[in-house]
Design a protein around this ligand. Structure first.
Ligand SMILES: *Cc1c(COP(=O)(O)O)cnc(C)c1O
Length: 371
């Protein structure tokens, strides 16, 4: 028998979550964000489930090529635009839309020879201070792009730093919204502002939804504003399950410890299960004792430090469970049970995005296909 760990990508959950984004922004188009190999799920594994999206957004040219190879003929947006001049050749060939966030990208476009003008998303730095033209420079960039024969439609875009919660005690997007609107109110073109957090939290505001929302983490069932809200609140479903089995059981006495560094010490005799899952599978080593797990669908907890290939779990109160019991590290468990990846991420001091993206290559992945 192979080592019992596996990941499952749930296509019905992906389709459901995409539908949730569409329901939040009924008058907008939805970019399914599939950067980082679809947040670790695999572009080839999510593609069928996300075909109802209006377009796919990513940043790697190989991933854009992969989508075209899968047969996607609709919009593909490069979220960071082109990294060097010759990337524009591929944009022309694959009909990619691309972000323009700096002068060098406009210079490159001005030199580019193409029969078909490109659709571009001009990015404003409205306060995130990562990519984009500041509000003043933005208008000049728009004018410059608008004069180029290489450019077709110009869309206007920005990205929120705090859509998942308040900022300095105020609404998290208000400062960026006002800068964006002041600088763009009289410019033509479609607008795209919202990530998952803004799509969910500000769904009642048309000017935030605008023409395109960019749904990333919510598509995969991660909650951008956990723990303020959870999966049930936003009606999302886990698109990735990581599961394994118990491969050994130890009956330990009071005072015995579990794992490297003796980080857990038993206060009374207890049963400890050893699970075939470790940090080399992508399970975070930072998860301390008490990180939630499901054992045969029942909630329990990890014990001690996570090793490379194994981790310990508490079998107290689970007399029916033992060697070969199913352990859900995150996602969908047996009999309708669910362990939100957000809870595990929080325990590790990180966010669901990082855990999904870190699923290790050695973990075999299967697909729960669309009905
Ligand atoms: C990754 C990304 C998104 C998606 O963000 P989520 O929080 O996962 O929804 C949206 N826009 C841009 C520019 C991004 O880079």
């Amino acid at each position: 028998m192979p080592r019992p760990i596996e990941a499952i990508i749930h296509q019905p959950a992906l389709a459901h979550n995409l539908h949730r984004a569409q329901a939040c922004a009924p008058d907008a188009k939805v970019w399914a964000v599939v950067k980082a190999n679809a947040y670790g799920h695999g572009i080839d594994r999510v593609f069928e489930a996300l075909r109802a999206a209006d377009g796919f957004a990513l940043l790697d040219l190989n991933e854009a090529q992969q989508l075209r190879d899968l047969g996607w003929r609709g919009p593909v947006l490069l979220l960071e635009g082109c990294f060097e001049t010759r990337d524009l050749e591929l944009c022309s060939r694959l009909r990619l839309w691309h972000v323009v966030h700096c002068e060098q990208q406009i210079d490159a476009l001005a030199m580019h020879k193409t029969h078909e003008p490109h659709r571009v998303f001009l990015k404003m730095n409205s306060g995130m201070n990562r990519l984009g033209f500041g509000p003043q420079a933005f208008r000049a960039a728009w004018t410059r792009l608008n004069a180029l024969p290489q450019v077709d439609e110009i869309s206007l875009m920005t990205h929120f730093s705090d859509a998942d919660g308040p900022r300095f005690g105020q609404d998290g997007i208000v400062h960026q919204m006002s800068r964006f609107q002041a600088a763009t109110h009289d410019l033509l073109g479609e607008r795209s502002l919202s990530n998952s957090a803004a799509t969910l939290r500000y769904h009642q505001r048309t000017e935030v939804r605008a023409d395109w929302v960019r749904a990333g983490i919510m598509t995969y069932g991660g909650v951008p504003d956990f723990p303020e809200h959870n999966m049930q609140h936003w009606q999302l479903r886990p698109a990735m399950t990581l599961r394994s089995r118990i491969i050994a059981v130890q009956n330990i006495e009071a005072g015995e410890t579990v794992g490297y560094g003796s980080q857990f010490r038993a206060e009374a005799p207890m049963r400890v299960g050893t699970v075939a899952c470790g940090y080399a599978d992508g399970y975070p080593r930072h998860c301390p004792t008490d990180t939630p797990v499901l054992i045969d669908g029942q909630r329990s907890r990890t014990l001690g430090r996570v090793s490379m290939d194994m981790l310990g779990v508490d079998l107290s109160g689970l007399p029916q469970s033992g060697v070969s019991s199913e352990v859900t590290l995150w996602g969908q468990g047996p009999k309708g049970s669910v362990l939100p990846i957000d809870e595990v991420a929080r325990s590790a001091g990180t966010i669901s995005y990082e855990l999904m993206c870190a699923l290790a290559r050695r973990v075999p992945v299967s697909i729960e296909a669309l009905a």
